[in-house]
Design a protein around this ligand. Structure first.
Ligand code: FAD
Length: 475
């Protein structure tokens, strides 16, 4: 048992009643069965009193009422790929995990409306596979495999945000169960619905603290008819805005990805995953590279897109903005990009910052960050990568073993504080797309405006008066 945990036994009557509704496959109390739900991506650990896995909305309602009756806190969990510590229970052993994984029902795609109704537990990969068979596409591709409910609750961003927006933009309808079992039903497949404030927006991005998402109607896209990618090496990081402007001018909404990767991030990926296709020798890894992806589902544009893209980039290579263009198999480029977060998570000591800025300030932020690190924390390594077109930077700072001075907890705290101050100085966000959780709750208290925090706290009190849902209390 960890120092600050205790092994609470669930009330046998609670378990008996939960089992009478969900059956044995829906209730876990044995330590081995719960383990999967208690560990997060970065190795963080919690302790669950029990794991409940309802199969539909009615069962979710019954579970929330039962938990309310027994005065238990409930933590919704989807794919458990969240990166802010909010998807696992705390260490008290008193929280019930409500897993949505059995809510994996998927309705047939409405091809005319370009929409699909999905259960909260449908995985991104399951959704994409089903859509592909119908010639459709859900344009959220990230290096993990989350569930729809988790994506709604964190308002997932991802690599195609520049073209399709964050998840919020794809949610047409939502069904949510509140802590007391009330069902908020706005599960409609409407693009326009101006019958009052759009209440479903409250639950998108609120991390499971306001209610449990049980179903969603999502807008989907036609599968691209043409799609291609290249790895572009700019002369320097400072040339990225110019490159982005050029790509947007030439390809408009066909530009679907503009993902930055620092040379250090690429080096960590190569070191941790030797089987990755090598685009650069160790000596020739550039300071920065960008994965650019263009796609079109228009018959009119698709025919010429691939040839034009490669010819136009080749024409710019060696010029004032682009040093080099690497062409090859698109899947290999994506494998490199997707390996980076896993490679960095394997480093013994690394701090990650999921920050965003107006695009025009991103390179200025990075310059300031580099000089801050060089001045005050010599020896640490900035291995950043991210969704540059959306102003995002996953600024990961790796602290090598040799860098003893930066390793003390006091220094780490100072380093975190200094970086968030730099973010604030550039009017940036301290949580670009991963949402709120125990890892950044104190940053929320420090940087979110007081009136905003008070509004969120009021909403929390109204929707969940006993404060029993989720890891974020908004207090
Ligand atoms: C390698 C890797 C790469 C990633 N890349 C990206 C990226 O590019 N862009 C991005 O935005 N994110 C990214 N993420 C983060 C993560 O995948 C997203 O935040 C995702 O949306 C979380 O979904 P999930 O189903 O795993 O939710 P979980 O991790 O299970 O939960 C996340 C939060 O949502 C709540 N929640 C879960 N399900 C529900 C529900 N049904 N109702 C109410 N609340 C619920 C939980 O309580 C928790 O607060 C990445 C993660 C990994 C591991």
């Amino acid at each position: 048992m960890d120092g600050n945990t205790w092994d609470a036994e669930p009330d046998p009557e609670f378990i008996r009643r939960a089992r009478s509704i969900l059956g044995a496959p829906g209730v876990f109390v044995a330590a081995d069965d719960k383990r999967l739900y208690e560990h997060g991506f970065y190795g963080e650990r919690g302790r669950a009193l029990a794991v409940l896995s309802p199969a539909d909305t009615d069962e979710t309602v019954e579970m929330l009422r039962l938990c309310a009756e027994f005065g238990l806190e409930v933590l919704p969990q989807g794919g458990n790929t969240g990166l802010v510590g909010a998807s696992i229970p705390d260490k008290t052993g008193a929280q019930v995990v409500l897993s949505t994984r059995r809510m994996d029902q998927l309705a047939p795609v409405d091809l005319v409306n370009r929409s699909v109704c999905t259960g909260a537990g449908v995985r991104m990969s399951q959704l994409r596979a089903a859509l592909k068979a119908a010639g459709m596409w859900f344009p959220f591709e990230i290096a993990a495999d989350p569930c729809v409910g988790g994506m709604v609750s964190t308002n997932t961003g991802g690599s195609h945000l520049v073209r399709y927006g964050d998840l919020r933009r794809s949610v047409l309808g939502l069904e949510v169960v509140l802590a007391d079992g009330t069902v908020i039903d706005s599960l409609r497949a409407l693009r326009k619905d101006n019958t009052g404030p759009d209440c479903k927006q409250l639950f998108i991005g609120s991390g499971g603290s306001f209610g449990i998402v049980t179903r969603a109607v999502l807008e989907v896209q036609r599968l691209p008819l043409a799609r291609t990618a290249a790895l572009v090496v700019p002369r320097s990081h400072a040339d990225l805005p110019e490159l982005l402007r050029w790509l947007e001018a030439r390809y408009g909404e066909m530009l679907t990805t503009f993902e930055g990767m620092s040379g250090n991030a690429i080096r960590y990926a190569y070191a941790e995953f030797p089987k990755l296709k090598r685009f650069f020798t160790d000596e020739a890894v550039p300071e920065y590279a960008v994965l650019v992806d263009v796609a079109s589902s228009s018959e009119f544009c698709a025919a010429s897109l691939v040839d034009d893209f490669h010819a136009a980039l080749a024409g710019l290579a060696g010029g004032s903005v682009i040093r080099d263009v690497v062409t090859g198999c698109d899947a290999d480029f994506w494998a490199l990009r997707d390996a980076i977060p896993y490679a960095l998570s394997r480093q013994p000591l690394a701090l990650t910052f999921d920050v965003s800025f107006a695009r025009s300030r991103l390179t200025m932020f990075r310059d300031d960050l580099c000089s801050l690190l060089a001045r005050r924390y010599p020896g640490v390594v900035l291995a950043d990568f991210g969704h540059f077109a959306e102003g995002g930077d996953h600024a990961t700072v790796v602290i090598p073993e040799s860098c003893k001075t930066a390793q003390s907890s006091l220094q780490l705290m100072r380093l975190r504080g200094d970086i968030y101050e730099t973010v604030a100085a550039h009017a940036g966000s301290f949580s670009a797309e991963h949402g709120l959780g125990p890892f950044n709750e104190n940053v929320y208290r420090r940087y979110a405006p007081g009136a905003t925090r008070e509004l969120n706290a009021s909403l929390k009190r109204m929707l969940d008066p006993a404060g029993r849902l989720g890891r974020i209390k908004f207090n």
